[in-house]
Write a protein that binds this ligand. Structure first.
Ligand code: 2AM
Ligand code: CA
Ligand code: CA
Ligand code: CA
Length: 262
């Protein structure tokens, strides 16, 4: 129980920092953005992503010196195991949306203790929607408890998927024809949070990093949803992987039908 008290404390603290970082983001959004590309031409980073990550690294190291941070913009290389307390941070998830649309981006944070979920937070900055969970105590949206996910049928479900991938893959095109509707938001952490809250029934991606998923999958676990890679395997949170995050009644069906060997 003492452990859990800590988890609540960390979640509370993380939430306050997220709101402070969100104020900075909303302020900087209307300034000239310093935009750079990373490995691919569509993989963007701005000075705001770096500013938010540095803000969290400073706060966490001042307040909890023994905790480690795995953040997208620079501090990943130092982390190759999940022992102790690790904060897995995406300072801005959905940077392309941040740059082009000025909405539909999130701050995502998962706190893990020896690799086990402790607390997860995903904050949609412009909608002011904060999804949060302490593992074992349910998930909340702006303080209101999210219900456990009910049953859905695959052909009545809403799937979120990257259209760039869908256009190139016949299996994915068939899947899109099977479900009731397909969507794409371009912000992985929030799309997982949407599955946790029932706004979406599934979200599938080919290649995500630990910080894209670490916060969202804790929320999902708390409302009964399932998250694995496309082979149905548990995520390690130490390397890039594919993802199927889904309502439990369609998760295994999606793995088998779209990507399995059966
Ligand atoms: P990012 O904005 O933090 O980079 C876009 O479909 C979603 O996938 C976003 O959550 C984006 O996170 C993530 N993503 C992961 N790897 C990516 C890559 N190499 N290029 C663009 N988006 C990536
Ligand atoms: Ca990125
Ligand atoms: Ca991301
Ligand atoms: Ca990011």
């Amino acid at each position: 129980m003492t452990e859990q008290l800590n988890y609540f404390k960390w979640k509370q603290q993380a939430e306050a920092w997220m709101r402070e970082a969100a104020d900075y983001i909303r302020w900087q959004m209307h300034e000239q953005l310093d935009i750079k590309t990373k490995e691919h031409k569509n993989d963007l980073v701005t000075h705001v992503d770096e500013g938010v990550e540095n803000f969290f690294i400073n706060k966490i190291s001042e307040t909890y010196p023994s905790h480690r941070v795995m953040g997208e913009e620079g501090s990943f290389k130092k982390i190759d195991d999940l022992s102790g307390v690790v904060w897995i941070l995406d300072p801005i998830d959905g940077t392309m949306n941040f740059v082009h649309q000025k909405s539909f981006f999130a701050i995502s944070l998962g706190i893990y203790v020896d690799g086990e979920p402790a607390a997860g937070l995903v904050y949609d900055v412009m909608a002011d929607e904060l999804y949060s969970a302490v593992a074992g105590f349910g998930a909340f949206l702006n303080g209101k408890r999210l219900p456990k996910l009910g049953r859905v049928k695959l052909d009545e479900s809403i799937l979120s998927i990257n259209p760039g991938w869908a256009s190139k893959d016949e299996t994915v095109r068939n899947l899109i024809e099977t479900v009731r509707g397909a969507r794409s938001y371009g912000v992985a952490s929030l799309e997982i949070a949407y599955v946790a809250s029932g706004r979406l029934d599934s979200y599938i991606s080919l290649n995500l990093a630990p910080w894209d998923v670490a916060g969202g999958i804790i929320l999902l676990q708390e409302t009964g949803g399932l998250a694995t890679n496309l082979k149905g395997e548990t995520l390690t949170l130490l390397k890039k992987d594919s993802l199927i995050a889904a309502n439990p009644s369609i998760h295994d069906g999606l793995v088998n039908r779209a990507f399995g060997t059966t």
